[in-house]
Design a protein around this ligand. Structure first.
Ligand SMILES: [Zn+2]
Ligand SMILES: [Zn+2]
Length: 345
């Protein structure tokens, strides 16, 4: 072997090393739905794992088993887009694959909600609109028996690992930074506008509150509904739409300012029609790739999108970028440019 051969071999080895370290610099995204390998009616819950190890649960909802769900693992941060029952989680599953994908079997998660159960079990930091954080703080206290304090932010960042669940309330547009121990960079989480609602079901209120509100058939709102923008340490910038109709901040704030490259778009006809959701992706947010969730229908069968569904219509209308269904239990890995490098098919 000549010196030239050896140097070429060395360069090739360096290239392989660089590729493998780039590979490890991925954000892992795992949807937790009611039915393994499918995208089902109630599915919303999604886990994001930064390369530094920070693990974030977005909208626990009704497709998890509560704090004991073995799929959860460590959850450092709990996000909640708004207070509606299918997001805060007034119901939960007892096991996977119960009922059908169109109509999964669930049981009540009252009085606390899946979101509070998980945050209490995992000592998570709750990053969300102020009134929702306060409300869930009390639910967590009802579980733990201890008051839920605010998360400390030494040096401007919340430590990923906390000794107890804690609140990190924000207003719309506010940001929090979450850092793993020893990491040089943190994960930045910002709330953004959603054109929706955030009224709590009366069922989640105390009896005294319920009695006061029942005669008027109304309930309380827990502040502004939101979406999120998460900036991961590998450069991936993810827009979580929350439930929302079309709004112009998808273009001005989410695209022009935050420059997101991946979007998790919620469907569901009460909030947005599939043609409007596709317009949001094509013309407003303009990400490099899309994950579709919150279908409010059994969107897949055998992991394949069912023909004639609203989800199928949405996917057909999104142009020039891949759309990945949020398949339960499948971990997708994205590099900093929103290329899916593993787990997408
Ligand atoms: Zn909603
Ligand atoms: Zn919803």
């Amino acid at each position: 072997m000549t010196a030239l051969h050896i140097s070429r071999l060395f360069v090739a080895l360096l290239g392989m090393l660089a590729a493998s370290s780039a590979y490890s610099q991925t954000v892992k995204i795992t949807p937790l739905g009611t039915h393994t390998g499918e995208l089902c009616d109630r599915d919303r819950a999604t886990i994001f794992e930064d390369p530094t190890g920070v693990r974030i649960l977005y909208d626990a909802g009704q497709s998890v088993m509560g704090g004991n769900d073995p799929r959860l693992g460590t959850i450092h941060v709990v996000l909640l887009s708004h207070a509606h029952t299918d997001h805060i989680g007034d119901r939960k599953i007892t096991a996977l694959n119960m009922g059908t994908c169109d109509k999964p079997e669930t049981i009540s998660a009252l009085p606390n909600s899946t979101t509070a159960e998980i945050a209490a079990a995992k000592n998570s930091s709750l990053i969300m609109i102020r009134n929702m954080a306060f409300f869930l703080g009390r639910k967590i206290q009802n579980i733990s028996g201890k008051p839920t304090g605010n998360c400390a932010e030494p040096g401007g960042a919340i430590a990923a690992v906390q000794a107890a669940p804690c609140l990190a309330p924000v207003e719309l547009g506010g940001s929090k930074l979450v850092k793993a121990a020893g990491a040089s960079r943190g994960v930045e989480i910002t709330t953004v506008h959603a054109a929706h609602d955030s009224t709590l079901s009366r069922e989640l209120l105390t009896d005294a509150q319920k009695k006061t509100l029942e005669p008027d058939n109304i309930s309380v709102s827990l502040g502004a509904p939101s979406g999120y923008v998460i900036k991961f340490t590998n450069g991936l910038k993810v827009y979580l739409s929350g439930d929302t109709g079309l709004h112009s901040e998808m273009k001005t704030v989410v695209h022009d300012f935050h420059r997101v490259n991946l979007a998790v778009m919620n469907l569901g006809p009460n909030a947005i029609a599939s043609d409007a959701a596709a317009y949001a992706m094509n013309e407003l947010v303009q990400p490099a790739a899309v994950i579709v969730s919150h279908p409010n229908e059994g969107a897949t069968s055998g992991g394949i999108i069912r023909a004639g569904t609203r989800t199928s219509d949405f996917i057909d209308r999104v142009k020039g970028k891949p759309v990945y269904p949020a398949i339960s239990g499948r971990t997708m890995e994205f590099d900093g440019s929103a290329n899916c490098v593993a787990g997408c098919w």
